[in-house]
Design a protein around this ligand. Structure first.
Ligand code: HEC
Length: 102
């Protein structure tokens, strides 16, 4: 007897836990800045993750960005050549830089 009351209670709780109506997930487009070198960034950086990782860092120095590009290459084995690494660093520093070299 007690068992069936518990089961009924459980079922009722489950039912009320359901969400009524539609859930809308907002679409957030990351505001990417276009400019010299953007194609290189697109081709080399967005194969593993979105631009969000880059934007989330905020404005940073050239050394910081260079370090991140190197980290992607050294630790995560991103196939980026030296020439592209420089183009990407320049792009990041120009658009997401804080004006400081170090
Ligand atoms: C081979 C895959 C790969 C490529 C290509 C790649 N990344 Fe990453 N990136 C990662 C991984 C893995 C992480 C760490 C994810 C985590 O910690 O959750 C990461 C994290 C980051 C972060 C977050 C901060 C940090 O230090 O972890 C930044 C910034 C970043 N990447 C920038 C770049 C840029 C700029 C490029 C292009 C030069 C790039 N990534 C290309 C794999 C890659």
């Amino acid at each position: 007897m007690k068992k069936s009351i518990l089961i009924a209670l459980f079922a009722a709780t489950m039912a009320s836990a359901q969400v009524k109506g539609n859930i809308e997930v907002p679409y957030i487009a990351f505001p990417i800045k276009m400019g010299k070198g953007f194609e290189t960034v697109q081709a080399n950086c967005l194969m593993c993750h979105s631009f969000g990782y880059i934007l989330n860092q905020g404005r940073q120095s050239r050394a910081f960005w260079r370090g991140k590009v190197d980290k992607m290459i050294d630790h995560f084995k991103a196939p980026i050549n030296k020439q592209d690494a420089k183009i990407i660093t320049d792009y990041l520093f120009q658009h997401y830089g804080n004006g400081k070299e170090k």
